[in-house]
Design a protein around this ligand. Sequence first.
Ligand code: SAH
Length: 251
Amino acid sequence: MISFVGAGPGDVDLITVKGRKLLEEADLVIYAGSLVSKEHLKCCKEDCKIYNSAYMTLEEVIEKMEIAVSKGLKVVRLHTGDPTLYGAIREQMDLLDEKDIDYEVVPGVSSFTAACCSIKKEFTLPKVSQTVILTRIEGRTKVPAEEDLESLAAHKASMALFLSIKEIDRVVEKLKKGYGRENVPVAVVYKSTWDDERIILGTLKDIKEKIQEAGITKTAQILVGDFIEGEYERSKLYDPEYTHEYRSASK
Ligand code: SAH
């Protein structure tokens, strides 16, 4: 059996119980070495074979999986955060489908939720935003024109930007145009939940300088929106005046 597993954002205790169990039982682990903490591998069996996919091509990964499965071995493909976001798992699953090899996908804690927890905020606030946009600025991987940061920012939804910190200049320019103002709160969370986590708070006006000063060029979430700072309305769910299925009006 092959299990694609989300390792979580960094802290090894943030993998799911299911994911940890699969790691403990695995005969072969292929992990995304650039971002997955090596500490996860400490729970593997002594004779577990471990490969770092950073040094492998897609075909090499699939070949290792195929051989292991033909021997009846248990395989874990360990991805950072949640495997369904920027993990390049679809191309692996499609090749496995072609070969009629079965697999499962186990979710993980994504770095975008981890980062929001690090700054102790909530993406979805009444009267502020009820939508979260997960996106990135284009790099080597293109982003469809309709999803350009400027036009997404015009929605004024809460945003989490992956894979974009190196391009903070362009990110800020586009967001400023989209939002039409500079005082939009921004939080950059570097290595959320790792021991060396860092949080830089600012606005579209000053975040670029702050990031350059801090020297952060990778492994960061850029969170943007008025959910970070400012007014909001209390939720209806816990409003004493409001009744629902589980609670009648107080008094
Ligand atoms: N599947 C992963 C994302 C992989 S893409 C997830 O769900 O989190 C890699 C990008 O994710 C990085 O460039 C960075 O933007 C973000 N990232 C991954 N781990 C992070 C962490 N611990 N803290 C902040 N950002 C992180």
